[in-house]
Write a protein that binds this ligand. Structure first.
Ligand code: SF4
Length: 282
């Protein structure tokens, strides 16, 4: 089927089958694009729950992202410690926010609404640490709600196995070809639903190490069905820290460390639960 149908028709068929099997995506709030920039930078190779917990903790500690841009990196690194590569993410967060502020005079991205999607994506990718997936996440999941498609690790894995892209294409290189085969009639909301469906398939059935083809809703369409050999234990591992564990007082908080640490700890526990209305990012 993948070889006989045009790519757009095949993708449309897949989408319809997945929607019938998996249902509608959760409600999403379309926040400020700078919030999504921070979340997307945190979410690279990180479980969604860990990235969402990290941004909530950051928001409590830094009510304005200007303060995050100017903060002691050691404090940020500690607060995002449950994500992968907290040191690199801290660097990218601060450098990208500073670059945005230097360019625009303040931390705002709403001006991107006036640009075509390729130009808006290219503008974002000039910021440190921002690649095609982060740029597409900002454009699609924020209130900009533009016609972009983030290709997460899971999304990339699924579309390769379904032969929608070359098996040699990297996730970065997959963005343009996948966007090109989306039906023209699909608006941002439709693309967002498609992203969620493919990602959900990657989590539920088409997993990295051992795909469960026997229960896959599109197994009859998949040329890789039953051909993926189980892979060895994962190459990238989340830090094994407790999601709701108490925060120790942070020496970097300066005077009043004990009280601030306690307060931060209480807030951490109060905000760390993932909220069901948030859709996952790639
Ligand atoms: S049939 Fe197997 S390899 Fe193909 S998409 Fe489904 S789970 Fe993945």
């Amino acid at each position: 089927m993948a070889d006989t149908l045009p790519a757009t028709a095949f993708l449309t068929l897949l989408d319809a089958r997945l929607a019938a099997a998996l249902g509608p995506p959760p409600r999403w709030l379309y926040p400020d694009p700078v919030d999504i920039l921070v979340l997307a930078l945190l979410s690279a190779r990180t479980e969604d729950e860990a990235a969402l917990a990290a941004i909530r903790v950051l928001r409590v500690r830094f009510p304005h992202w200007d303060a995050l841009a100017d903060a002691d990196p050691a404090v940020i690194e500690r607060l995002v410690g449950r994500t992968t590569w907290p040191d690199r993410k801290t660097l990218h967060l601060q450098e990208s926010l500073r670059a945005l502020r230097a360019e625009r005079g303040r931390l705002e991205l709403d001006f991107l609404a006036g640009l075509p999607v390729p130009a808006a994506s290219a503008w974002l990718q000039r910021l440190p640490g921002v690649g095609p997936k982060t740029a597409a996440s900002v454009l699609l999941f924020s209130r900009l709600h533009m016609r972009a498609l983030p290709v997460s690790t899971g999304h990339h894995r699924v579309v390769k196995r379904l032969r929608l892209i070359s098996r040699r294409a990297t996730a970065e290189a997959a963005h343009d070809p996948l966007l090109a085969i989306l039906p023209e009639a699909w608006d941002a909301a439709r693309i967002e639903r498609h992203h969620w469906l493919v990602k959900r398939l990657g989590k539920d059935c088409c997993t990295d190490r051992q795909p469960r083809c026997w229960r896959c809703p599109v197994r009859d369409l998949c040329p890789s069905r039953g051909r993926i050999r189980p892979s060895p234990p994962h190459r990238i591992r989340q830090l094994d820290l407790p999601l709701l564990g108490p925060l120790r007082p942070d020496p970097a908080m300066g005077a009043g460390t004990g009280a601030a640490g306690t307060l931060a700890g209480r807030r951490h526990r109060a905000v760390a639960e993932p909220s069901p209305q948030h859709v996952v990012l790639g």
